[in-house]
Design a protein around this ligand. Structure first.
Ligand code: CA2
Length: 150
């Protein structure tokens, strides 16, 4: 059994594609999930979204215990506020890709200081929804022994 890739999404991303298309595009989160599954091929993928910090922490613990091959996380606003998610991610021994649809560094100051970046293996920001399948491919290639058969 191949270890799954966890793709975790934070608050408000369930509304992707409905507002601010100039920043986030028109793609919905369901479409982002389909893009990830296509990139993953036969590789197992857990794709989740929550507006609750607690739930995201629980999912990181699940990724640790499973264990997941790697975690791709768009923590959304929790990127800038959640030491609890940072602490949970620190316990995960595998690769972590922090992902943002927008380029957070081109935006207002409040979006500049990610707590997660200091422990992330890699950071993807500004590629739009295309960043997700890019991250899935990168994760599979990052772990040569991932057993991916596509
Ligand atoms: O660019 C990203 O992916 C972000 O993580 C999105 C977060 C924002 O707080 C980060 O700075 C960057 C916000 C997500 C808001 O979700 C929306 C959902 C529907 C329409 C517009 C935004």
């Amino acid at each position: 059994m191949t270890n799954p890739i966890f793709v975790l999404n934070g608050p408000n991303l369930n509304r992707l594609g409905t507002r601010e298309p100039e920043i986030y595009g028109h793609t919905t989160l369901a479409e982002v999930e389909a893009m990830c599954r296509q990139a993953a091929g036969s590789h197992p993928l857990e794709f989740r979204q929550s507006n609750r910090e607690y739930e995201i922490i629980e999912w990181v613990h699940e990724a640790i215990d499973t264990p997941a091959l790697g975690i791709i996380i768009n923590p959304a606003a929790f990127t800038f506020t959640s030491i609890a998610i940072l602490d949970a991610l620190k316990m995960f021994p595998g690769p972590i890709i922090e992902l943002h649809i927008s380029n957070i560094h081109r935006r207002e100051d409040i979006y500049h200081k990610s707590l997660v970046s200091r422990i992330a293996t890699a950071v993807i920001a500004g590629l739009g929804p295309a960043g997700y399948p890019f991250a899935v491919n990168a994760m599979i290639e990052m772990v040569p022994d991932s057993g991916a058969r596509r």
